[in-house]
Write a protein that binds this ligand. Structure first.
Ligand SMILES: [Zn+2]
Length: 111
């Protein structure tokens, strides 16, 4: 069978685990959360989900489609002692600017 999201041929027995590998839908048609495998999957990212902007919260994952997607990188280290709170404001501003402003900074102690 062919996956609806990435058009990859998959064994029907693997359909559930395969679909779990796709990005998570946070707000329908607006906001997705994914990992590197989702960011590099052109069929899923551009064709199926229609993503136009990516907030890359890593130092190491490439911006895979720079001519087709607008990227903003806020490089943070994926380590237990990393203070991610200091990056919430910039992340929320980017998401709010391109996703319809549905993110409230007051949730993170910012005005
Ligand atoms: Zn798929």
């Amino acid at each position: 069978m062919k996956c609806d999201r990435c058009e990859q041929l998959i064994d029907p027995a693997d359909a559930v685990s395969h679909s779990a590998s796709h990005s998570s839908l946070i707000i329908e048609n607006v906001l997705f959360l994914g990992a590197e495998r989702n960011a590099r999957n052109e069929k899923e990212l551009i064709t199926r989900t229609g993503v136009t902007h990516v907030l890359n919260m890593t130092w190491e994952v490439a911006n895979f489609f720079p001519g087709r997607i607008h990227y903003n990188r806020i490089g943070i280290s994926d380590l237990p002692d990393t203070d991610i709170k200091e990056h919430f404001k910039a992340a929320c501003q980017f998401i709010g600017r391109y996703c319809g402003g549905g993110v409230s900074l007051s949730q993170f102690g910012e005005e």
